[in-house]
Design a binder for this molecule. Structure first.
Ligand SMILES: NC(=O)c1ccc[n+]([C@@H]2O[C@H](COP(=O)([O-])OP(=O)(O)OC[C@H]3O[C@@H](n4cnc5c(N)ncnc54)[C@H](O)[C@@H]3O)[C@@H](O)[C@H]2O)c1
Ligand SMILES: [Zn+2]
Ligand SMILES: [Zn+2]
Length: 383
């Protein structure tokens, strides 16, 4: 089959890879209809992780079941399904607690597995024609048959639940005000989720015009951090007050004001968003941090950053009595509910999708998405 293979920093290629087969009676083989490129893929693509050449990317996968193993009981060939980016067993202690992002079965020696991701287990990515899914009854979320809402449902593999997770970690409640940092797909979904949960005012900070434009379309207030300190800009719009809750949808590759849209290590300040959140959130508030931080970053700006040790204003956090939550999203906690919002017509997360292209166009799509060029916000690959 054809698959998107990582070759070296800033280069992927579409190459032949082995067709997946049923290796365990719990497996299913999915014929992919949609697989998205994620901001998380860019960390590997840019060489900012330990990912080795040869890895097949793709953790946001959706398609039609082609074949199931003999132990799969609820799903069958022909079912239309979307898979959480987390690979999970459903029966370990963490899965039983709902923390499927920290499954201890699927990636022995580590809590958490994913398709096509460095250090997340042996699971081959789905930016390809076919995908092997283990524990298929648990990991395949059934969808209505047909082709309706394809782009909306594709967002259920990761970014819609992850944005929602940001709002959940921050405990966003009706009537609250929120500052979301990052207007990438995750930040846009976080802002959208806050509005779905009844937030009264949602600010969203970025410096990419197209992304801030999408934020405005859904009713969030865009803040361009190239035009001045974003904390001050938000306070100026709130008569000097901060906000109730904050969400970091940027992560460790945060860039300073005035850097190019492309970014680059020299422009980075991995602690900047965390410290701005501590400043802008009012005392007794909370921070949700779905943005990715890593314990080892070969391209880190200094020795501390290379080992994921960041300087954050913990004293101020304590003084303000702020709570925080972080980590991989447990997609299974949310995906069925968010699917039903889509079916009911009450959520349309596909507003973030800017490009739908064939698998063959993946190399070019990676380049443009990485440079945030031509409005590339969220790309769906369709084999
Ligand atoms: N926790 C999870 O389960 C999970 C799941 C998916 C993605 N992620 C992570 O979430 C983050 C966002 O993902 P994405 O797909 O939206 O990525 P993305 O790279 O497309 O978006 C990041 C955005 O942050 C903006 N940005 C950079 N520096 C900033 C700053 N100082 N202030 C405000 N905005 C700034 C960029 O311009 C960009 O638009 C990534 O770190 C990704 O790895 C986490
Ligand atoms: Zn993703
Ligand atoms: Zn498990």
């Amino acid at each position: 089959m054809k698959a998107v293979v990582y070759k070296e920093p800033f280069r992927v290629a579409v190459e032949n890879a082995p067709d997946p087969t049923i290796k365990h009676p719990n497996d299913a083989i999915i014929k992919i209809t949609s697989s998205c490129i994620c901001g998380s893929d860019l960390h590997m693509y840019e060489g900012r992780t330990a990912a080795a050449p040869g890895i097949v990317f793709g953790h946001e996968n959706m398609g039609i079941i082609q074949e199931v193993g003999s132990a799969v009981t609820e799903r069958k060939a022909g079912d239309r399904v979307v898979m959480p980016f987390n690979v999970a067993c459903g029966f370990c202690k963490n899965c039983l607690g709902g923390f499927t992002g920290f499954c201890t079965t699927v990636n022995p020696g580590f809590a958490g597995g994913a398709y096509g991701y460095v250090a997340m287990g042996p699971w081959v990515g789905g930016q390809a024609e076919y995908l092997q899914v283990p524990y298929a009854d648990f990991n395949c979320l059934p969808l209505p048959q047909g082709t309706e809402h394809e782009a909306d449902f594709a967002m259920l593999a990761d970014i819609f639940p992850t944005g929602y997770h940001g709002a959940e970690l921050a405990g966003v409640r009706p009537g609250e005000s929120v500052a979301v940092f990052g207007a990438g797909p995750v930040g846009l979904m976080a802002a959208y989720s806050c509005l779905l949960r009844g937030a009264s005012e949602v600010f969203i900070v970025d410096h990419v015009a197209e992304r801030l434009g999408k934020a405005q379309e859904i009713g969030a207030t865009p803040i361009n951090y190239d035009e001045g300190d974003p904390v001050q800009q938000i306070k100026d719009r709130r008569s000097g007050n901060g906000v109730d809750k904050g969400i970091d949808a940027v992560g460790y590759q945060a860039t300073k004001a005035g850097s190019s849209a492309v970014g680059g290590e020299q422009d980075e300040a991995p602690n900047i968003v965390l410290n701005q959140l501590i400043d802008v959130v009012n005392p007794t508030g909370a921070l949700g941090i779905p943005g990715l931080y890593v314990p080892s970053d070969p391209g880190g700006v200094d020795e501390n950053a290379k080992r994921g040790a960041l300087s954050i204003n913990f004293g101020r956090l304590f003084e303000k009595g702020l709570r925080l939550g972080t980590g991989q999203c447990n997609v299974k906690q949310y995906n069925a509910y968010l699917r039903d919002l889509i079916i009911a017509g009450r959520a349309q997360p596909s507003f973030v999708v800017s490009h739908q292209v064939s698998l063959d166009q993946a190399p070019e799509a990676y380049v443009k998405f990485d440079r945030r060029e031509e409005g590339y916000t969220k790309v769906i690959l369709q084999p």
